[in-house]
Design a protein around this ligand. Structure first.
Ligand SMILES: [Zn+2]
Length: 296
C-alpha cells in the first residue's frame, strides 16, 4: 500500500507532456507537487509504502513499487520472506480448498449456531445498540472524530499525509532518531553513492581550501545535505554538483552533521546559474594562484 499522497519533484523535459496532459499548470524545471497516482510508471521518485504482509513501512522508488505489485494488481510485500508468506497462505488455501480466496463459511455458520443459536447471526445489531447507548447514534463512526482530532493536532486528516507524524512514528518504533533512521535505509545508501559519484566528477580543484583537504583539517561539504536531498527527492546530479560544494573546517562540518546550510530554492538558483558560478570559481582560483606566485 502506498502511504505517500503527494511528492515534490523537479519537472524534467521528458515528463512535461505527461503532466500537462493531466492538467498540471507547470513548466520544465518547476518544482511541482504531484499526486502519487499521477506519476509516470517509470518514475524513480521515492515514496513511503507499507508492506501488505507484515505492515512494515519503508521508502522505495515508485517504479519499484509498480513492479513489486505488478502495476497495483498484487499485494505489496517488502521482502522475500513477506512475499513468500503471502503466497504461502494462498497456496495452502488453494491446496486445501481449490480457491485462494476461500473463507470458511460453513465453519463460521456452525460457530454462530453453537454460540448464538442462529447460523446467520451477525454482530451488527449488537454493535448498533452499543453505539446508540454510548454515543446516542447507532451509526456513530469513530473515523469522523479521528479526522477531527487529526485536523486539530496536525492540520491533516490522515496520519500519513504529515511528515511530522511519520517522523514521530518511526522514532517511536525504531527508538532511533529520524535522521539516523533515514541514513540507514538501503535506498539512502544508494542515493548517497550516486551523489558521491557525481561529486567526484566535479572540478574540485577550483574550490577554495581544497589543498587543505584531510580528515583532520578541511572536509568537502555538501551545503544542501545529502540526507535532505534524499528526503526531498532531489536529483543526485544536483546535490553532487559543484554549485553545492564547499570546503569546511572539519569541526564545523562535524557540528553541521546532516543539516543543510542552504535552502532548496537557493540550491536550484545556483544550479540554474551554474555557468556563471563556475566562471566565478575559476576567476577566484586564478587570483589565488597569482597571489601565491607574487608572495614568493
Ligand atoms: Zn513485509
Amino acid at each position: 500500500m502506498i502511504l505517500t499522497k503527494f511528492v515534490k519533484l523537479r519537472i524534467r523535459p521528458i515528463v512535461l507532456k505527461h503532466y500537462l496532459s493531466l492538467g498540471y499548470n507547470i513548466k520544465v524545471n518547476d518544482i511541482a507537487e504531484i499526486l502519487v497516482e499521477h506519476l509516470t510508471d517509470g518514475s524513480h521518485v521515492l515514496i513511503w509504502v507499507q508492506c501488505d504482509e507484515c505492515g512494515g513501512t519503508k521508502q522505495i522508488q515508485y517504479n519499484k513499487y509498480l513492479s513489486n505489485t505488478k502495476n497495483n494488481i498484487r499485494k505489496y510485500t517488502c521482502s522475500e520472506q513477506c512475499s513468500h508468506n503471502s503466497n504461502k497462505i494462498k497456496e495452502t488455501k488453494k491446496e486445501l480448498y481449490g480457491d485462494d480466496n476461500y473463507h470458511n463459511i460453513g465453519q463460521m455458520k456452525q460457530t454462530n449456531l453453537e454460540r448464538y443459536g442462529d447460523e446467520n447471526y451477525n454482530n451488527t445489531n449488537k454493535n448498533k445498540q452499543t453505539k446508540l447507548l454510548n454515543h446516542g447514534n447507532e451509526n456513530y463512526n469513530n473515523r469522523d472524530k479521528f479526522k477531527e482530532t487529526m485536523l486539530e493536532n496536525w492540520g491533516v486528516e490522515h496520519p500519513m499525509y504529515c511528515e511530522e507524524i511519520i517522523r514521530k512514528r518511526i522514532e517511536t518504533q525504531t527508538r532511533m532518531l529520524y535522521d539516523d533512521y533515514i541514513e540507514k535505509l538501503p535506498d539512502f545508501k544508494k542515493y548517497e553513492r550516486e551523489v558521491l559519484k557525481f561529486t567526484k566528477k566535479q572540478s574540485l580543484s577550483l574550490l577554495k581550501d581544497i589543498e587543505k583537504r584531510s580528515p583532520y583539517d578541511y572536509h568537502l561539504d555538501h551545503m544542501f545535505s545529502i540526507t535532505e536531498g534524499f528526503r526531498q527527492n532531489i536529483s543526485p546530479h544536483i546535490i553532487g554538483d559543484i554549485v553545492n560544494l564547499e570546503m569546511l573546517p572539519w569541526r564545523e562540518n562535524q557540528a553541521k552533521y546532516n543539516k543543510s546550510t542552504m535552502i532548496d530554492s537557493k540550491l536550484f538558483e545556483r544550479y540554474d546559474n551554474r555557468d556563471s558560478l563556475l566562471k566565478q570559481l575559476t576567476e577566484d582560483y586564478n587570483k589565488r594562484q597569482n597571489s601565491t606566485i607574487l608572495s614568493f
